[in-house]
Design a protein around this ligand. Structure first.
Ligand code: UDP
Ligand code: MG
Length: 351
């Protein structure tokens, strides 16, 4: 008799010791067949949350229903951004009940950019969906927007909140101005650049390096890198629980961030082009002025005393220009230290 558990021990097989085949050797693997399958998710939903305790369970229920309807394996990644209410307990309770839910917990509030970065680092799917935790973004929109991303070959589709004028009328005008400005500065025409609803290829999410309040410019960062970005109108709902984390201050800081992001995306790789341009102009003007003073003293009988104003202005211009060029050179040194990839390879077959 073959020792139990040794497959193929009796090569020929007899009446008493039938040949063990690969098919029925499954008993050799401990609890094979009873282990829950762990299919690699295709869709990864990333949800940053700061004090959203009451919204999480309904959000999980809605997301589950919609994504189960799509029929592809998915995961839901919650990032607790240092909440002080029961947010994180609710997240862990959901994760205990549903293995597709993952939780990243911050030790304190680091902001939405940090939350996205932490969430994107956990993503295993090929497609990333971002949703706000507050139920304002409607998960029912995912299948349609996802279909468009795949069908039309976009790298990112950003939501365009519909019905927002009714939900949050005070945000309508500033948002219009702000989005117009962004569109003008980046050449990417979006109505709602900061919409929390986005569907994108995982590669795009993982190419981002957000800090501060830069999550507002996710589509612009992707666009500047060369990814194909567009928008799609999506249903937007009123906040049911909790309250908005952002006050009117965001319009001012948003403007400053806009300058930073435009500057970084345009000149991070070539800082001297910016600082050098601003440096060389005053430098040349200052040089001309001082040369004129010198020539007039040497050949035209002028005096230094008679040109005090020109001398001072000339020297100031020279110093300004010199400083700016040096700043640009320091920028070049910083840029040279950077190890980040400066190009994006097109990984899609169908171009
Ligand atoms: N959020 C976050 N960290 C913060 C502030 C907000 O993760 O420091 C989350 C918040 O929980 C929500 C999303 O970002 O899921 C959008 O926030 P909110 O609804 O307050 O913004 P609004 O809709 O008013 O623009
Ligand atoms: Mg909201």
């Amino acid at each position: 008799m073959a020792p139990p558990g040794v497959a193929g021990y009796s090569p020929g097989g007899t009446e008493e010791t039938p040949m063990t085949t690969a098919a029925d050797a499954s008993h050799l693997v401990p609890d094979a067949g009873t282990r829950a399958p762990d299919p690699r998710p295709v869709l990864s939903v990333v949800v940053p949350a700061y004090n959203e305790e009451d919204s999480l369970a309904p959000l999980h229920a809605e997301v589950s229903e919609v994504l189960d309807g799509i029929g592809e394996p998915w995961e839901l990644i919650f990032v607790d951004d240092g909440s002080s209410d029961a947010t994180v307990d609710r997240m862990f309770a959901l994760a205990d009940a549903d293995p597709r839910v993952k939780v990243v917990k911050f030790v304190r509030n680091f902001g939405k950019s940090a939350a996205y970065m932490a969430g994107f680092a956990e993503v295993r799917g090929r497609i990333v969906v971002t949703l706000d935790a507050d139920l304002q973004d409607d998960p029912n929109e995912i299948p349609r927007v996802l279909g468009r991303l795949r069908g039309e070959g976009w790298d990112m589709i950003v939501g365009w909140k519909q019905g927002r004028t009714g939900n949050e009328p005070h945000k309508a005008l500033p948002s219009k101005v702000f989005n117009g400005l962004i569109a003008f500065m980046f050449g990417l025409r979006l109505h709602d650049s900061n919409c929390g609803f986005r569907v994108m290829r995982a590669e795009v999410a993982q190419s981002l390096d957000l800090y501060g309040d830069q999550y507002r410019f996710i589509p612009e960062f992707a666009h500047v890198k060369g990814y194909r970005v567009t928008e799609e109108g999506v249903n937007h709902r009123k906040r049911k629980f909790g309250r908005s984390k952002y006050g009117p201050k965001r319009f001012w800081t948003g403007l400053l961030d806009l300058i930073t992001v435009r500057f970084i995306t345009a000149f991070a790789d070539r800082p001297l082009h910016f600082f050098g341009t601003f440096g060389l102009i005053p430098f040349v003007l200052g040089g001309l002025l001082e040369t004129y003073v010198l020539l007039s003293k040497l050949f035209l009988g002028g005096t230094f005393q008679g040109h005090v104003g020109a001398i001072i202005i000339g020297v100031l211009l020279l110093i300004m220009g010199f400083q700016s060029v040096i700043t640009g050179l320091i920028g070049e040194m910083l840029s040279a230290q950077q190890r980040a990839r400066r190009f994006v390879v097109d990984t899609r077959r169908e171009v």
